[in-house]
Every structure is written in C-alpha cells, then in structure tokens.
Design a protein around this ligand. Structure first.
Ligand SMILES: Nc1ncnc2c1ncn2[C@@H]1O[C@H](COP(=O)(O)OP(=O)(O)OP(=O)(O)O)[C@@H](O)[C@H]1O
Length: 982
C-alpha cells in the first residue's frame, strides 16, 4: 500500500537540487512526481521510491507559489494533504495547503534539510567541521597567499611581497638587480592579492620574448592560469572585447603598444592590477613620449594597482626613470628637479642610519658625532625620545635595541623612494657566484682592417661610411661584421663575414675544449646571431639554435628548450641582444660575448641571464676582441672605467649618460680614450662611494627589512610544517572520490576514482591525474610534480565547495557508550558567523567564518564543554540513510525543539567573537593608520588616496563586523544504542 497521494510534496533523496516535488499520480506499483522548479518529471517504484515527505512544523518559514510567506504555527490534514496554518508577514492568519507551496523553496539550510530527512554521510559532516576549523586558521595566517607558491624562501622576496601586497592598491617599481627574482616577487604579490580577494583581474604586459616564460612561471610556480592574448586569439574571440576573456590576461607589449584599437579595448576593462615587465623600455623624455609609455600612462590613470618591473631603471636615463615613478604616483613625482634635490639629501640620511647602528658606543667624540648625525635628520619629539634612549651610555641594552630598530624603520619610512621603489642588489643579498672574465685578443681580419685603416687616415670617411651603410655611430665601428654586411656592394666583400672572422673558429675551438658544458653566446644584432649559427654549422658541423626577436614565441621557446635539456640539448645557443632579455639560463655557466653592447646596462642584462638565483657555479665570461679595434677600446672602458664585468653596480646608466658621446668619439683614438676612461673611473669611484653612503644604501636598507622578512618566512614555514594539512587533504580526497596512491620519495599520485565528484582542478575522469608532494624541497627539485598546500587549487576547491555548498551539513550517527543508555538523542550543531562584506575588504583576516559548536542532549543540557568534537566523533558509527531518515521522522518535534534551544546557546558566544574581531581589526588598522598619517606628514610618497582608503576600509570593516550574525551551518543527530547492539 503506498503512502502517496496526488498533491503531496516530497523531495528526492538523491537529487535534492530538483527542488520540491508534487505527486502527480500514484498506484500500487509506481509514483510519478513533477519537480516544477526544474521542469523535470520522475517515475519511481512505489515500494522503493527515494523520496522524503516534506513536512513543516511550528516556527518554520514557508512560501506560497504566489510569493507570500508565512511562519507556521500549526497544521491540519485534509484529504491526505497537509494544510499549514500561520501568520504571514503582515500579521494576518492564513492557511496554505501543501499543494500551493512554492516549487522553488530551497532546502539548503541544514535545518530544512534535516527536517525533510536529507542526511549526508557522517564523514562528510566531520570533514565539514574540520574544513571550517582549518579555513578559520589559514585565513588569519600572516603568510596567506605567500605559502603556496612553489618557490624557495628568499628573504628579500618574502619581504617585498608581504610589504607590497598588504597595501591598498599597491603601486610600486620592483627594481632588483637582474636575476634576483622580480618575476617571482610580482607573482607572489599577485597571488596574495588574488587569494585575499583584493584583486580579481590583472593585466600583465611583457615583451613578446617573455610571454611564454611568464605563462609557465605563473602556472608552474603559482598555479595561476592566465589567458595569453595575441592578435590571433583576439580575432578568434569574435566581436566582443578580447580582454574580457579571462581574469588574468597576459599580452605582449610589442603587440599591444603597436595596436591602438586593442589598447582602447584593454583600457575599457576593469582591472585591479597592471603588471609591466622590463619597464625600462617605456621611453619618455620632455620632447617625446614613446608609444609604450603613452599606453601604460593611460592604463595607469584608471587601474588602481600597478607593478613596474625593471632591473635597470635608469637605462633610458634619469629623466625616463623619473617618468616611470611618475606613472606610479603623479602627485608625488611632479618635478624632476625637486626629485634630484631630494636624492642629494639621502646621503645625510644614510649616514644617520650608519651612526645609529653604532650608538651608544664608547664615550667620547665619536659618540657625540654619531648623535649629531642622527639628530640632524630627526625632527619630531617621538624620534628624539628614541634617540635619547639610544644614546644614553647606561641605557638598557634590550630597550636600546628596540629603539634602534624603531628609529631605523622610521628614518627609512620617511625618507627616500623606499615606499615606491624596491631595489635589492647582489651585494646586499649575498651568496652569488664569482664572475671571471677571459679576454681573447684576435687579429683583425683584412676586410675589417681595410675599413678601419681608412678611417684612421681619412677624417671624412666616417661620415661617408655612415651614409653608405645606413648604420649609426658608433655601432658602425663596434660591430664590424654588421658594417661589412652593410657594405655588401663592395666587390671585395663577396664572401660571408663568418668565413674569415676569426671569432667563429675561435668559438668552435672553445666549444670543443669545453666538452659537455653549455655555452650561451650573445651577439648584439640578429643578423650576426644568424650568420654565426650558419658559420658554426658550415665550418664546424655544430648545430646552434638561434634566439632572436624576429622568431615567433613558439620558435623561441623551442630554441630555449633545445638548449635547456640537460641530456639531449645542444651545447650552444646563439642569442641576439633583445631576444635574450629576461630569460633564464642559469643552468649554464659559460657566456660568450661575441661582441659588446654599447650600454653598460645591456652588458649587465647579458651576464644576468646566467648570474641568477639558482646558478651554482662561478660564471665564466669569454670575450673575443680584435686587437686594437674599437671593440677592444670599448672593453677597456667597461673594465678599466667601471669594473663592469665584476659585479653589478647600477651606475652604468649614469656613466653612459655622462661619457657615452665622448666614448663614441674616442673609439678610434687611443689617447683621448685614455682620458675618457680616466674620467669615467673618477666619476665611478666617487659615485660608488656616494652610493654606498646615499641613495642606493637607503634603497637597499629599505628593500629588505630583515626582521620582517624573517617573521614572514617563519609564518610560511609554520604553514609548510602544518601536519594537519596532510590529514585533511587525505580525508577530503577520499570523500571527493580521488584515488591517492603513495609512489615513494614523498610523492603521491592523484587519479580520478570512479565516483569522483566532477570539476576538481587537474583531475578529469578518464585521465591520469597528477603527482604531487607536500614537501617544498621535493617540489622545487621536480618540475613535473605539483606542490600540495593549503593554497593549492585542489585544496581550495574542495574547501570552497564544502563551505559554499550543503555537503555534509546534515548527518546522523549512532553512539555506543557504556555509561549512556540506548535510545537517547543528542544534537551536535555547528553555527557559523556570517558577515557580508565586499571581498576587497579582506575581512577574513580579522573575522573569517568562525564555527560555534553546541552539543545538546535530549533534555537540552549543554554538553559542549564536556565532550569535544574529536572525542565524540571517533566513537560514532555510521548508519544507513534510510534508517537515518526513519529515525529523524520519528523524533521530528524533539529535534525541532533542540535546534531552537541550540540557537539560543550559540547566540551567547557571538558578542565575544565580534569583540575579539573588532579588537584585532582596530589594533592592526589603527596602528597602520597612525603610522601612515605620521609618515604622510613627512614623506610625500604616502599617497592621500592610500590614507583615505585605509580610513574608509576601517569604517567599513567596523560596520561589517558589528553586523555579524550566526547561522546554523550543520547539524548531526546522534542516537545512542546499547552496548550489546551490533
Ligand atoms: N624564490 C625563488 N625560488 C626559486 N627560484 C627562484 C626564486 N627566485 C628567483 N628564482 C629563479 O631565479 C631566476 C630569476 O628570477 P626572475 O626571473 O624572477 O628574476 P628577475 O629579477 O625578473 O630577472 P630579470 O631582471 O632578468 O628580468 C628565475 O629562473 C627564477 O625562477
């Protein structure tokens, strides 16, 4: 006999998402149900229909198909149908037959699901509670967003990422020396902003040659999937705005800067962050603004956050450097003259910081001098008090250490470009390999000699040559092969340059000598690189891929990969100057400068391909030069004028500006060259001394504050070593149906199981899955292995699905306990704080969803403090769903009562949660606000909009936290059974 009658409301146990069903017809064999909200009809066997009758009780809110709502007081039955009686929102008493209930009524809340008999597996409930617990912990970690990426923990990077990513709409210039990890820093900042909800959309503009490297780094190291956009992709997108194609869009500067229509489309989008790599190419001068600069300037006017990356900020001159700072903050950087004046003052500040480190020191003149040096730059009573404490001869050592740190931080905060620009140098970071220069003097071959001799004899010939070749000065003198090619019409210049140029045979010999060692060759010009590769092939049978700006991305990546492969790869890669910029070749230690660049920063860029984090050997720089040629003079200028091959010093740009023209004129005249070298050296030495004392010293001190870096790294390590992660992930994978197999060596292979829930990142049914490890070190050693962390997309997806969905929000379990008789009921309820606020406020750092657990026995006594979640959970036994549903039906009213009581118990906890969150928020933001306000009075690098944003943020957070409510998140019914029940 069936219990069904037409018009009754039932819900599907297996497909609750269909919504509320209505019985259409039924007989002894089958029952047909219409699910109106989803327009689906299902027919089941009457005996085994997976359906649960929906019955509401007193206090439940229900909705009529016409839209009005009421709170149920009572119910009656008429012709097999329930009629609910209660008050509508106007206070009017109404009746509502169940057949008139809205089809769309949601059963997502734990209470509704439980009372309509929808119970999940017991272990899902466990996982839900644990998810809430861990999520609450992780969201408050100071390492959030920095702990997941697969990178080594390097202090200056951790410091910059933490300092920048905590700011509102950060706008900074990341200007570490070549190869110190600016891409990694930008990736970390982006990752943290994304994870904390402070940024959702970013546009990343990089030179074409680096697009693929960025794409791979962001994916492999940060698990960030970006959309690579080019003209072909844009056209394939159809008529819409192609920049809307993804949250993170990566595009080549070469493409965008040349394409006004695409620029307009990029500007029309809402971005939170703009990242521009190799930003020294954005040219600006008072007379002319380059197309790249103009494009970025327009974007900068609307995009709130901006990261500009360059290793050589002054490569295009100081004015151009200033112009880039202006992009970041036009109010602060309005006058180049004022900026230069400010920079002069940094020497004084750096001296004060050095003096500070020595105080109190021995009594005497030195102490007085040091004190005076600090006093000269201190102009407020607080700092003065710190100085007094520090300089006191009998002061307490610990207090003095704290005062020293505080005063140093204040001085760094208040002076210089430190807030806007971060520049770490090798000198400051330490631990980089030695560089060794090997110069090979070769005889000038006659075709080159012919022209140079004539130049020496005939003063007018240079002009003629420039016109004839179309080359610039001094390129025509330094790149003799290019000059030779340009004179191709000369009947004497019949054979290709590489046939007679001794650098080619010299290189072939070097390659043989070096055996298996990889060799990177850089030549200034693309034609030289191509010709050289041909020469190597024809004259020596050596295959050398060429890497230059004319190649497509795919071709370039193929060439780089062919070189990188440790076993199969070729020994040598020939690159042109621009083609190699930003690329990672630290697996190689021999660099051949086939010729020399004309700008010291380009020289440094070349060496930087190898001298990068991860380089384990001394770097061997091989430079073949023609004896007595302009190329050799240029080498002397670099070597004798500025020790350019020894280590980066960041002064090249200034020296080039001062002496570049004189050098060009002196390349054919040894005597005047000696003078240029002497003058260059003098300026270099004095700038070096100033740098150590002044601007760069300040920048360096500011680019990595060691205590903060250490604290950030400690917080990351804490998450790395969190043993709960492995337990949690194992449990979650099991529940989501992912097979996890230990494959040794700290590795686990994850494969989709037959019952896997769909849509997990990296796991597609029928495919193989991926290998992963929890160990940072293992993940760094193996590119093919992913690193599992709390921030891995798979962990985040599983946690998100649980927290945002209904999974495990109801359960029923049995408890067998010697001291509790059978047949008793308990309810374990988990309430969760609910505090709606815009994502960008990142409210979770102060008040992440917080669980309040309440355990009641059937009399309503609160057992929460006596019985812990884990203590209880491990003694519970699972039960079949059908049995669970019957048990719930039979204890319906009692359960409703317990749910109401529990709510009142939980509410008692709310004020202390709110108070604590408010205290945390105020403690942190008030301190930050006070610091910024104090700073803003002295350092114009603090933007007014930063202050306003912080004040608004504090007010918005205060209001949001104040409005926190508790909601029932999950409920588990526990029924006790006798000891001897099996
Ligand atoms: N924390 C890190 N962990 C692992 N590898 C790193 C880390 N930092 C940097 N590297 C590696 O060092 C190399 C240089 O880093 P990156 O490319 O970010 O430097 P850069 O400063 O942007 O260089 P360039 O000035 O040439 O553009 C890259 O191969 C990068 O993967």
């Amino acid at each position: 006999m069936s219990d069904f009658s037409p018009g009754q409301r039932w819900i599907s146990d297996g497909e609750a998402e269909l919504g509320l069903g209505t019985i259409l017809n039924c007989d002894a064999r089958s029952v047909t149900v219409l699910f109106g909200a989803s327009q689906e009809t299902r027919t089941y066997s009457s005996q085994h229909a997976p359906l649960t009758r929906v019955v509401f009780g007193s206090g439940d809110r229900i909705q009529c198909a016409e839209g009005w709502r009421m709170t149920v007081d009572d119910s009656k039955e008429a012709g097999g149908l329930i009629v609910y009686i209660g008050e509508d929102d106007q206070g009017e008493v109404r009746e509502l037959p169940e057949s008139r209930l809205a089809d769309t009524m949601q059963f997502e809340q734990a209470r509704d699901r439980l009372l309509t008999g929808q119970v999940d597996r017991n272990d899902w409930f466990d996982l839900r509670f644990r998810t809430l617990h861990h999520h609450h912990r992780i969201e408050q970690s100071p390492a959030l967003g920095l702990a997941g990426p697969r990178i080594d923990l390097i202090p200056h990077q951790a410091y910059i990422a933490d300092e920048v990513a905590r700011r509102h709409a950060p706008r900074v210039l990341l200007a570490d020396e070549v190869g110190l990890g600016k891409t990694i820093e930008a990736g970390l900042i982006l990752h943290r902003l994304m994870l904390t909800g402070r940024a959702e959309r970013a546009l990343i503009l990089v030179p074409a040659s680096l697009c693929h490297q960025w794409l791979v780094e962001l994916l492999r190291r940060f698990s960030l999937e970006v959309t690579l956009l080019d003209e072909q992709q844009s056209q394939a997108q159809g008529p819409g705005n192609p920049f809307e194609a993804g949250q993170l869009v990566l595009a080549s500067q070469d493409w965008l800067f040349a394409n006004p229509h695409r620029q307009e489309q990029a500007e029309a989008c809402d971005w939170d962050l703009l990242i521009v790599d190799e930003a020294h190419h954005l040219e600006w001068s008072e007379e002319a603004v380059g197309p790249g600069y103009a494009c970025v300037e327009r974007l900068a006017a609307t995009v709130p956050g901006m990261l500009l990356l360059t290793a050589t900020p002054e490569q295009m001159g100081q004015a151009s450097h200033f112009a880039r700072l202006r992009l970041l903050d036009p109010d602060r950087y309005h006058s180049l003259a004022a900026f230069q004046e400010e920079e002069r003052h940094y020497v004084e500040v750096a001296a004060a910081i050095d003096a500070l480190e020595r105080l109190p020191g021995e009594a005497g003149e030195r102490r007085a001098e040091d004190r005076a040096a600090v006093a000269a730059v201190v102009d407020d009573p607080d700092s003065q008090a710190l100085l007094d404490l520090l300089a006191h001869p009998e002061g307490d050592a610990d207090q003095q250490a704290t005062a020293r740190d505080q005063l140093r931080d204040q001085l760094l905060d208040r002076h210089g470009t430190g807030r806007v620009m971060f520049r770490n140098s090798r000198r400051h970071v330490g631990g980089f390999p030695e560089r060794r220069l090997h110069v090979e003097r070769l005889d000038l071959p006659s075709p080159y000699r012919r022209v140079l001799r004539r130049l020496e004899r005939d003063e007018d010939y240079l002009d003629e040559l420039l016109i004839e070749t179309g080359l610039d000065h001094p390129e025509v003198l330094v790149y003799l092969d290019a000059m030779y090619r340009a004179l191709a019409d000369d009947p004497l210049n019949g054979e290709p340059w590489w046939q007679f140029d001794p650098r080619v045979t010299w290189l072939l010999e070097r390659l043989t000598e070096l055996g298996d060692d990889k060799v990177l060759v850089i030549a200034h010009d693309r034609e030289t690189a191509l010709g050289l590769a041909e020469g190597l092939r024809v004259l020596g049978g050596v295959h050398a891929p060429v890497f230059h700006e004319g190649l497509s991305l795919v071709e370039r990546d193929r060439a780089a990969a062919a070189f990188a492969d440790p076993e199969e790869g070729c020994q040598v890669l020939v690159c042109s100057e621009i083609g190699s910029e930003g690329r990672n070749f630290q697996f190689c230690r021999h660099l051949v400068m086939f010729d020399l660049p004309l700008h010291p920063d380009q020289l440094e860029q070349r060496i930087g391909r190898l001298d990068r984090i991860g380089q384990r050997h001394a770097i061997e720089i091989h430079a073949p030069v023609f004896a007595g040629s302009p190329g050799e003079q240029l080498l002397r200028w670099y070597q004798e004028g500025m020790d350019a091959f020894d280590a980066p010093h960041g002064l090249g740009g200034e020296l080039f500006e001062a002496f570049g023209d004189a050098l060009a004129d002196a390349l054919l005249d040894e005597e005047s060259l000696d003078e240029v070298i002497e003058e260059t050296r003098a300026l270099f030495d004095s700038r070096l001394a100033e740098r150590d004392a002044g601007r760069n010293r300040l920048l360096e001190l500011n680019a990595c504050r060691h205590e903060r870096a250490a604290a950030t790294i400690a917080a990351i390590r804490e998450l790395d070593e969190d043993r709960a992660l492995r337990r949690y992930v194992d449990q979650a994978l099991d529940i989501f149906g992912v097979d996890a197999r230990d494959i040794g060596g700290d590795l686990v292979h994850l494969r989709p199981g037959p019952q896997m829930l769909d849509g997990l990142p990296g796991l597609v049914k029928g495919e193989d899955g991926f290998s992963a490890t929890f160990s940072r070190e293992r993940a760094l050693a193996r590119d093919d292995v992913q690193r599992l962390s709390w921030e891995h997309p798979l962990a985040r997806e599983m946690m998100g699905r649980i927290l945002d969905g209904t999974m495990g929000n109801t359960a029923l379990a049995l408890l067998k306990h010697p001291s509790i008789p059978g047949g008793r009921l308990m309810a374990e309820l988990v309430f969760r704080t609910h505090c709606p606020a815009p994502k960008r406020l990142h409210l979770n750092r102060f008040l992440p969803p917080t669980a309040v657990r309440v355990l009641l026995d059937e009399s309503g006594a609160n057992l929460t403090a006596k019985v812990s979640f884990t203590g209880l959970s491990k003694n519970l036994q699972k039960v079949k769903k059908a049995v669970a549903r019957d048990l719930i039906k039979s204890r319906h009213d009692q359960l409703r009562d317990l749910l109401d009581r529990a709510e009142a118990e939980a509410e008692r906890e709310l004020p202390s949660i709110v108070e604590a969150a408010q205290a945390r928020m105020r403690g942190e933001l008030d301190a930050e606000l006070t610091r910024l306000e104090a700073l803003a009075r002295r350092n114009p690098a603090v933007r007014e909009d930063e202050l306003t944003a912080l004040r608004e943020e504090r007010a918005a957070l205060d209001a949001a936290i104040e409005g926190t409510r508790l909601r029932l998140d999950a409920v588990r019914v526990i029924v006790t059974i006798d000891e001897n029940t099996r």
